[in-house]
Design a protein around this ligand. Structure first.
Ligand SMILES: Cc1ncc(COP(=O)(O)O)c(C=O)c1O
Ligand SMILES: N[C@@H](CCOP(=O)(O)O)C(=O)O
Length: 520
């Protein structure tokens, strides 16, 4: 049972309240002025604002008061995932603390699509494009630049953001040509981000909503998650930025040092538990049902509302042209659904006319989705996940299995797997062309290599590989690979440093040997 101490309402200092938005649409909707929404007139640039002693939050408030959005009644609620809305009318406000439907199934955030459809696709494209590259609060974030599609009802004042998103979509020119005979291969670097993984996209949404709930005096003492290292890093950073306690459950000795140090440094309460991720996930689910700790894993569908913006961003970066393939590494399987949802919303709301085919890539040592796919979606069986260099996806009982299957079926998708040797070789090959990717991205690249080899993906197909974390979080596995220090692995692309005496002759000998071997 929660102690009364834990249930005390949190204090908060902001006494500035924004007026509530009009919640009715007038008979003839006048389209919102894009310029007003993006709020970037030259005399009110953030630079000018700062020089007047205000900050970008103050400026957002002022803009809202002087130019409130007209005719917007956008809203969203929780509904049971993938059930018939005619026979199942169960729904919950996003201000409720609920993670599962009455029947114990997953929930989904459902937007009022008819309100969004009152505006044509061209309107949304122009609005989103107008917000890129600015520091206007909160639209400078790649997530909040799509606020109307994410959490339409939250006040900008409650948002906790590190201006995440807007990550680089990198043309993998050399890797594509050299290893795959492809000329239109792209890597979406979601790991080049505040805490070094795509989790920031979902966490800004979840922690912002928690910030709002705490201001509403809801019983949320802190926020907790189980993690293989990236969710915990993002959760602790966003919570620290908002002054909210965070609690993280980590499987002992199964995450990288770079990941472990992140929540420690950000002041989270860190539990190192002698189990694997699936064991930690089970524990956090039990704990969050007993204590006023809000669940931050992607079982909580709020997270996916932020993560889906990476898909919208990809379309935006291609000037709203749809790629043929998008390949995503999968573990707990929230992200593959988030990508589907982002693409599908763009189609439903008329920004594009189709969606890409999705590929979910798993490590062979933790491959329950792959086995399910290979069985013809016959029967799902959780597995005991074995140790993998792609440690963030060492998950045997993914909470979002139903979401992933739905996304793959709707997108004519494919599931592939990568052995340890394949994923480490692919990582080394990508790095040798100037990238510095994480092993999970190596899993996705392996899937691409296999699908190219079998001819499923063609040489001119526009393909996007989603890179989910920064390579700097996984340096130990790279060191082991390049030192030829991995048992039963040939490490074919290892590039070990050469030790040489500190004299001119020795250095010259080594260099001459190197130059004679290196192709001109
Ligand atoms: C770096 C990285 N890549 C991929 C994934 C897989 O994402 P998901 O769990 O949403 O399938 C995770 C987390 O699970 C991750 O941390
Ligand atoms: N890789 C994840 C695993 C948990 O996934 P989540 O999306 O359900 O939080 C991590 O970094 O913890």
């Amino acid at each position: 049972m929660a102690s009364s101490y834990l249930l005390q309402s949190p204090n908060f200092s902001s006494n500035l309240k924004l007026p509530s938005k009009p919640n009715t649409v007038k008979a003839t909707p006048r389209f919102l002025s894009i310029k007003a929404a993006a709020s970037s007139s030259s005399s009110n640039t953030p630079a000018n604002t700062a020089s007047k002693g205000n900050n970008i939050r103050d400026e957002a408030r002022r803009q809202y008061l002087t130019n409130p959005p007209q005719n917007q009644n956008f809203s969203a609620k929780y509904v049971p995932f993938n059930t018939d809305p005619v026979t199942n009318t169960e729904s919950y406000s996003l201000d409720e603390i609920v993670y599962r439907s009455q029947s114990g199934g997953l929930l989904d955030v459902q937007h009022d699509m008819s309100a969004l459809k009152a505006f044509p696709g061209s309107y949304w494209r122009a609005l989103f494009d107008s917000r890129v590259g600015k520091t206007t609060w909160p639209y400078g974030s790649g997530v909040w630049s799509k606020k109307e599609w994410v959490l339409p009802e939250i006040s900008s004042d409650d948002i906790v953001s590190a201006f995440e998103g807007n990550s680089n979509l990198f043309w993998a020119e050399r890797f594509g040509k050299q290893f795959l005979e492809m000329n239109d291969l792209w890597v979406k670097h979601c790991g080049i981000s505040h805490t070094g993984s795509f989790k920031d996209l979902g966490m800004t949404v979840l922690v912002s909503q928690v910030n709002r709930l705490r201001k509403m005096n809801k019983p949320v003492f802190g926020v907790g998650c189980a993690s293989t290292g990236d969710t915990s890093a993002a959760l602790s950073a966003y919570c620290a930025s908002a002054g909210i306690p965070s609690i993280v459950f980590l499987p002992a000795n199964k995450i990288s040092i770079a990941q472990l140090v992140q929540p420690i440094a950000n002041g989270a309460f860190v539990l190192s538990i002698d189990t694997d991720f699936d064991g930690c996930m089970q524990l956090i689910r039990e704990v969050t049902s007993e204590l006023p700790i809000y669940l931050a894993n992607s079982l909580n569908s709020l997270r996916l509302e932020g993560q889906k913006t990476a898909a919208i961003e990809i379309l935006q970066q291609f000037d709203w042209e749809v790629p043929d393939w998008v390949i995503v590494p999968g573990g707990n399987l929230g992200n593959i659904y988030a990508f589907y949802k982002g693409f599908n919303m763009c189609k439903e709301l008329g920004l594009v006319d189709k969606i890409p085919r999705l590929v979910c890539a798993q490590a062979a040592n933790a491959n329950p989705l792959y086995l399910y796919y290979k069985s013809g979606w016959d029967e799902f069986k959780a597995v005991k996940a074995n140790s993998t260099f792609a440690s963030a996806i060492q998950i045997g009982d993914p909470v979002s299995i139903d979401r992933a299957v739905y996304a793959l079926k709707q997108s004519n998708g494919i599931v592939e797997e990568a052995t340890e040797e394949e994923l480490m070789d692919a990582t080394a090959q990508a790095d040798s062309t100037g990238m510095f990717i994480c092993p999970h991205t190596g899993v996705a690249l392996t899937a691409l290599m296999k699908l190219r080899k079998s001819g499923v993906i063609g040489p001119t197909d526009r393909t996007v590989v989603v890179s989910t974390a920064h390579g700097l979080k996984f340096t130990q596995s790279k060191i082991d690979y390049h030192s030829n220090n991995i048992k039963e692995m040939a490490c074919r692309f290892a590039n070990p440093p050469v030790s040489v005496k500190a004299d001119f002759g020795s250095v010259m000998d080594v260099l001459k040997k190197y130059l004679s071997k290196t192709p001109k």
